[in-house]
Design a protein around this ligand. Structure first.
Ligand code: AMP
Length: 193
């Protein structure tokens, strides 16, 4: 991987551990000579990780819709800032620029972003690693539900297990480094009775 896309909250969340984890992941990316791709904002955990990457001498690439720039929430000190015309264009460009995807703690925006790239990998639009950074068990309940989704026959086991889940950034990056893309869903599998 050369560039890692990090999806994370536009808020800080309720615990200092989330901010600390954003800093730790930012520093780790720079240590590993990985560039950050993210949503381009200067708010919440998004701003924290971008600031940490830049302070450590790394490259932080933002992708933001023009409507958010004009609301003055774009980070102005980034290595590159791509301004696009919609949220859909933003997600597409973030995915294209990146070699892997991490969801840190965040809200529905973060979940939407991770689920979209996960969906794309199921059907073979890309074959890039994905992971949840499960800081202080933030994603534990979601993992239980996702196991339920697979157990109830709405997701194949290979697509359930393709997403790494780790509590610390070093473990997560190494799990993602060993990623092997599973077979995608073929037409004959979709909705077959
Ligand atoms: P959430 O996880 O709901 O906090 O949302 C995170 C995502 O929401 C980001 O990745 C962006 O897609 C979007 N977002 C919300 N606020 C901002 C902002 N101020 N600047 C950039 N993106 C934002």
């Amino acid at each position: 991987m050369r560039r890692v896309c990090v999806f994370c909250g536009s808020s800080f969340g309720a615990r200092p551990a989330y901010t600390e984890a954003a800093r730790a992941l930012g520093r780790l990316l720079v240590d590993r000579e990985l560039e950050l791709v993210y949503g381009g904002g200067n708010v919440g955990l998004m701003g924290v990780i971008a600031d940490e990457v830049l302070a450590a001498g790394g490259r932080a690439i933002g992708v933001i819709p023009d409507s958010m720039v004009t609301r003055e929430v774009a980070h102005t000190g980034l290595t590159e800032l791509h301004v696009v015309d919609s949220m859909h264009a933003r997600k597409a460009l973030m995915a294209e620029l990146s070699d892997g995807f991490i969801a840190m703690p965040g809200g529905i925006g973060t979940l939407d972003e991770l689920f979209e790239v996960w969906t794309w990998s199921q059907i073979g639009i890309h074959a890039k690693p994905l992971g949840f950074l499960d800081v202080e068990g933030y994603y534990t309940h979601l993992q239980v539900f996702l196991d339920h989704v697979a157990a109830e026959g709405f997701m194949r086991a290979r697509h359930r297990t393709m997403v790494a889940v780790e509590a610390d950034p070093v473990g997560l990056l190494s799990a993602m480094g060993g990623f092997e893309a599973p077979e995608t869903i073929w037409d004959h599998e979709v909705g077959k009775r």
